[in-house]
Unconditional design. Structure first.
Length: 183
């Protein structure tokens, strides 16, 4: 209940900021959204958030979904750079060519997204993030990864928080799921 109240309060403050200062409110809202998504993607790449990666293993079909976070990282980093540069320039009247840097990072993300099929065909173990995913790919089959993903959904949220922060315990839990499904 308190979290919902806090979220609605933040939403009302953001709406008030947009109404009082439309351009600053727009820039700050864009900065908060892109910064939040950048933080989320960073947590996924560091291995602190496993749910969004495990959801990809649930799908049935011919081809398994490939987790390649670099284009998304460039996209959110570019947007964060653009919004930050515009916001700081609007507040301080000091201009920095951050928009150009942001556009270059966005272009790099577009190029990386265009060549994602090459990254899928030639995986580099040093560039696969998070590292627990690399270990899981080498030790499990597609069916085992799907079972791990479905069992992840059945875990209580506190257990998920524990496994999000502890890769070794997560891999031991995944081994227990594999052993339980074999026998």
């Amino acid at each position: 209940m308190f979290g919902l109240f806090r979220l609605s309060t933040l939403g009302m403050l953001a709406l008030l900021l947009v109404l009082l200062h439309p351009f600053n409110g727009f820039l700050l809202t864009g900065l908060l959204i892109s910064g939040g998504m950048l933080m989320r993607l960073t947590m996924i790449m560091l291995g602190w958030l496993k749910g969004p990666v495990l959801v990809r293993f649930e799908k049935y079909g011919d081809e398994e979904d490939f987790f390649y976070p670099l284009p998304r990282l460039c996209f959110w980093l570019g947007l964060s750079t653009i919004f930050t540069s515009l916001w700081v320039a609007n507040i301080t009247q000091l201009y920095f060519p951050g928009e150009a840097i942001g556009v270059l990072v966005l272009a790099a993300g577009f190029v990386l997204n265009h060549f994602s099929d090459y990254a899928r065909a030639h995986p580099n173990p040093l560039l696969i993030y998070p590292h627990w995913l690399l270990d899981l790919f080498f030790r499990t089959s597609r069916l085992e990864r799907r079972r791990i993903a479905y069992m992840w959904l059945r875990l209580p949220w506190r257990t998920r928080l524990f496994y999000n922060g502890n890769d070794r315990a997560f891999l031991q839990w995944a081994d227990s799921i594999i052993i339980a499904t074999l026998y």
